[in-house]
Write a protein that binds this ligand. Structure first.
Ligand SMILES: [Zn+2]
Ligand SMILES: [Zn+2]
Length: 261
């Protein structure tokens, strides 16, 4: 099971579950919103066993302190990410005893799921994506990365469902009002994936084992859901007759429904 509670440059949080229990990836919206969005999808906090963090940017950790402290949730992140979290004003009050270290390429088991973090290039601390699997399905989340490395491509290709960043449309970014340094940061190898980057991955690497494609982390100012969706569908059109059915753009400011993987 998978759902997005929020996805985009204003806040990110995702749920991945295995029947009765599961975990969150990131807590970048308020704890109250996370609890409410989960409840609307029929998931209670007692079913959540941990929060995995991708990196220490505020749109991924904004609600973490309140959520983790209140529900005594283990917070799993790489050593550098935990260091970043400890120094971040939004997470300075996070209970240190909840922090647990994980390492890229080192799989662990949680709630009947096997989780493998993998490194991604981005300008946060200790950035990772996650590959999560059980016996019949798997999901790879690759968000906040400037470029798709061989490592990220490997885990995306290995999954039955992918959650792939599609942050910006190059033309909207180019014409938009962001200052040049910010445009440069977004485009850089430590920045974000564009619609064209996501499309290029799909065109080159899509195979019939990939059954669901979720586009995530859309920019509010430099993208539009329909542009991201169409770009992915155009890329898939030569590869599969089902392109339209495969692609879901995750909404920015609200939860998605719960998807069966
Ligand atoms: Zn982000
Ligand atoms: Zn980021």
């Amino acid at each position: 099971m998978f759902c997005s509670l929020a996805s985009g440059s204003s806040g990110n949080s995702y749920y991945v579950g295995n029947g009765d229990e599961g975990l969150l990836i990131d807590a970048g919206i308020s704890s109250r919103r996370i609890v409410k969005a989960l409840a609307e999808n029929g998931i209670s906090m007692s079913q959540i066993k941990a929060v995995l963090i991708t990196h220490d940017h505020s749109d991924h950790i904004k609600g973490l302190t309140t959520l983790a402290n209140k529900y005594k949730l283990p917070v799993l992140a790489t050593p550098d990410c935990l260091k970043g979290i400890s120094q971040h004003p939004l997470t300075a009050e996070l209970d240190k005893s909840l922090m647990q270290t994980i390492k890229a390429q080192l799989s662990f088991r949680l709630s009947g799921l096997e989780v493998t973090p993998f490194s991604v290039p981005h300008d946060g601390m200790g950035n990772v994506g996650y590959h999560v699997r059980n016996s019949h399905a798997s999901l790879t989340l690759a968000t906040d990365l400037g470029v798709l490395t061989d490592e990220a491509i490997h885990y995306l290709k290995a999954a039955t469902a992918i959650v792939l960043e599609s942050n910006y449309d190059e033309e909207l970014l180019q014409k938009g009002s962001y200052p040049p340094y910010l445009k440069q940061r977004i485009r850089s190898h430590q920045g974000h994936l564009s619609n064209a980057d996501a499309a290029a991955f799909l065109q080159q690497h899509f195979h019939s084992g990939i059954q669901q494609i979720f586009l995530c982390h859309l920019s509010q100012h430099n993208n539009h859901p329909e542009l991201a969706r169409q770009s992915a569908i155009d890329a898939l059109n030569g590869c599969t007759p089902d392109a339209g059915k495969l692609v879901t753009v995750l909404p920015r400011g609200q939860r998605s429904p719960l998807f069966h993987l």
